[in-house]
Design a protein around this ligand. Structure first.
Ligand code: ADP
Ligand code: MG
Length: 691
């Protein structure tokens, strides 16, 4: 046991109750916490040289003690501050312009590390025009010792000097530390052992020490996370489900495939095989199906439902909005009803009398496929035997809702689908407890959507394009921006625009309106009108963001596009380009920020959701990328989800292999690892339930 890591910091020399209190503020409670308090950077002081030998014009770092300060005013508006410093061999001057505060900040006696440009042109003085200056706690003797010095994140009441000294004591206690990462992984990835890495990260001898130590801690962090997730995944999988499917595609699945108006793509076949394998096994499926907008996930979900029906079970599909549920119902019924599969729709707006009848049919097992919204997970819904569950646009739901639907059956097979092209690294983290299938390529015959960025001044050209397309029998969407603060304002903007357009430029065309505040029946009616081509131009809020599938629509205009995130813009663009005709996406925006401009450029330059997602992640960081709903994203101490994506993949693979061999980490050689895992995640079950 690595007991020492669990000891309270107060155990160390130099840490009394007061300092322990301060350390607690930066989450340092134990000796282990302290040892894992890594430097934020290092200063290479091996190159610190005495000022005397420096060449004029070069940039150098010199250390010295402040002797006195002088203030010169050579002319109006210019103040020169000169600090005289003693570097142990002589005097040099650190020079600032117009920064009087340094006099107070660095009183005589202060040890400074000054980096600056050497200027010897003034009376033979050695001056450093300061680029960077830092107070150092080094004693005078250490001055020429040099070496690489760690710089720690601090909090008030604690200095670099103090942390370095207690770290010294902590390091002395590490002699008996044993590594919890299995030896063969250290060898395989050429990582330093725990003891060596801890010593290297705090007291490196050279740059390479730092690099290797960091590699190890990054791997360690990712590996432990993936191990926790793999354990969770395995736990679900060890429970045998009560229902079984016959192997291979049965009569019903074959009939379904045969009547499709198209052939499955290679990617669809691949993911279907993965899914089928899961369903046919004795353990419940828990799989994420990822595929860009328009990649054809719906037909795959239909296969899951049909296979359930074929085995005499019920299937359910849950969608995040009524519009989408309604559309899935309309689309899937077209395929399922001819096969004699009893398919029903359940949403919040279904009338009471109808609902009661429906609930009874679901309970008796007469409804074989149920499609709906959150309404599916309400208490009064109970299935006879729910075998398969599909959650569409998973990112719109919380984990709880997925689990609630899952709980409607006895270990049903679960497929969650998302069109948010989550970068693989993120998916591995956020959906770590799920297996992942990906549809990479769109069905054939699609033409890339032509995307343009125009300013508001060019809006009339945009209207001309819409008119041209409508004349050719096509349809258009115009999306109004989401007003974060108020859905009412948001809706008002769409209402106003629809009014204005139908009264002026598009007086002769049919302009429809769709927004979140409309009654379910109204929404449905508008969607059907649009699908049937009776509406030429649909003005909408972002309610159409997900799932809407009207292949005849060829224009997507997004007003104030810079106010949307990349992922959302890409989703919106995905509403067009679904048929064989050329489609257009017009971003109307006058972005005020550089990031906004970059987002517009990214949209124009790439049609690939995965590329855009990586870009989005780069521009906004993981927190923003997922928004509030996904705040379950773990925080890393040293690893970075973007930079270390390869390490993440290795960690995931290795974790899976290890858990496969020893699911509960009960073998003696994994004892330390199990303890470490418990130490890090035991109390934080929440993390393990993300996704
Ligand atoms: P998403 O993955 O965004 O949910 P959909 O399932 O809505 O995409 O599919 C987008 C469109 O592509 C639909 O109109 C669907 O009928 C069509 N489609 C799906 N698979 C194929 C295929 N293999 N060949 C041709 N068209 C397909
Ligand atoms: Mg979809």
């Amino acid at each position: 046991m690595n007991e020492i890591l669990k000891k309270p910091v107060q155990y160390l020399k130099g840490v009394g109750p007061k300092r322990a209190g301060i350390l607690k503020k930066i989450n340092i409670l134990t000796v282990g916490d302290l040892l894992y308090h890594f430097p934020r950077e290092y200063q290479d002081r091996s190159n610190i040289c005495p000022a005397q030998g420096l060449e004029h014009g070069r940039v150098a770092t010199v250390m010295g003690r402040v002797l006195y300060a002088r203030e010169l005013k050579p002319r109006r508006g210019l103040t020169i501050i000169k600090l005289a410093l003693d570097d142990g061999q002589g005097v040099f001057f650190a020079v600032w312009f117009n920064q009087k505060y340094v006099i107070k900040q660095y009183p005589p006696g202060t040890m400074l590390l000054v980096t600056g440009k050497v200027d010897k042109s003034y009376r033979g003085e050695i001056q450093l025009q300061v680029i960077d200056c830092e107070v150092t706690g080094e004693s005078h003797q250490a001055l020429h010792g040099g070496g690489i010095v760690p710089i720690y994140p601090l909090t008030e009441g604690i200095s670099q000097k103090y942390i370095r000294s207690v770290m010294q004591y902590a390091l002395q206690e590490t002699a008996s530390l044993r590594d919890f990462i299995p030896e063969h992984l250290l060898v395989k990835y050429r990582l330093p052992g725990l003891k060596k890495a801890i010593s290297s990260i705090h007291r490196p001898e050279n740059e390479n020490d730092i690099r290797q130590a960091r590699r190890r801690f990054i791997f360690e962090e990712l590996f432990l996370l993936q191990l926790a997730l793999a354990k969770q995944r395995k736990k679900i999988k060890r429970q045998q489900k009560s229902h079984r499917y016959p192997e291979g595609n049965g009569r019903l699945v074959e009939a379904f495939l045969k009547q499709l108006p198209f052939k499955l793509t290679a990617d669809q076949i691949k993911v279907w095989n993965e899914i089928r394998g899961d369903m046919e096994s004795s353990y419940p499926m828990n799989r994420l199906l990822q595929g860009d907008v328009g990649s054809g996930k719906t037909v795959v979900s239909a296969l899951v439902l049909v296979k359930a029906v074929e085995a005499g079970l019920q299937g359910a599909l849950m969608a995040p909005t009524e519009i989408l549920a309604e559309q899935h119902y309309l689309g899937l019924s077209r395929w399922l009803k001819p096969l004699g599969i009893n398919t029903a729709l359940l949403t919040g707006s279904i009338k009471k009398s109808r609902r009661e009848k429906l609930l009874a049919e679901i309970e008796r097992g007469e409804v074989q496929v149920l499609i709906g919204t959150h309404a599916l997970i309400q208490d009064m819904v109970s299935f006879k035997q729910l075998g398969a569950v599909v959650v569409d646009e998973q990112h719109r739901f919380g984990v709880k809702q997925r689990l609630a639907l899952q709980a409607k059956g006895n270990l049903p097979d679960v497929l969650v689908m998302t069109a948010t092209p989550i970068p693989r690294t993120l998916a591995l983290t956020v959906y770590g407890d799920l297996d992942i299938s990906v549809i990479y390529h769109l069905p054939p015959g699609r033409r890339p959507v032509r995307t343009y960025h125009v300013t508001h001044r060019a809006i009339n050209d945009v209207y001309r394009l819409i008119r041209r397309e409508v004349k050719n029998g096509k349809q258009a969407y115009i999306v109004c921006p989401l007003v974060e603060e108020s859905e009412m304002l948001d809706v008002q903007a769409a209402v106003d625009l629809a009014d204005r357009l139908s009264g002026t430029v598009f007086r002769d065309l049919n302009v429809g309106l769709l927004h979140g505040r409309m009654k379910a029946g109204e929404k449905e009616a508008v969607m059907i009108e649009f699908r049937d081509g009776n509406i030429d131009i649909l003005v909408s809020t972002t309610v159409i963001e997900v799932g809407v599938d009207v292949p005849n629509a060829t224009v997507m205009v997004i007003i104030d596009a810079h106010r949307f995130g990349l992922a959302q813009l890409h989703q919106l663009r995905g509403r067009v380009g679904r048929g064989r005709s050329q489609s257009y996406c017009i971003l109307v925006a006058d972005p005020k920020t550089e990031e906004g401009r970059q987002r517009m450029a990214a949209m124009v330059n790439s049609g690939d959701g995965f590329v855009l997602a990586e870009e989005d992640l780069r521009l906004r960081g993981p927190g923003e990328f997922f928004g509030v709903k996904q705040s379950g994203l773990p925080e890393f101490k040293i690893a970075s989800i973007i930079r270390d994506r390869r390490a993440m993949e290795c960690a995931r693979e290795e974790a899976a292999v290890l858990i496969e061999k020893d699911p509960e980490l009960q073998r003696p050689e994994h004892q330390l690892l199990a303890q470490e895992l418990y130490h890090r995640f035991g109390k934080n079950e929440k993390l393990l339930n993300i996704g």
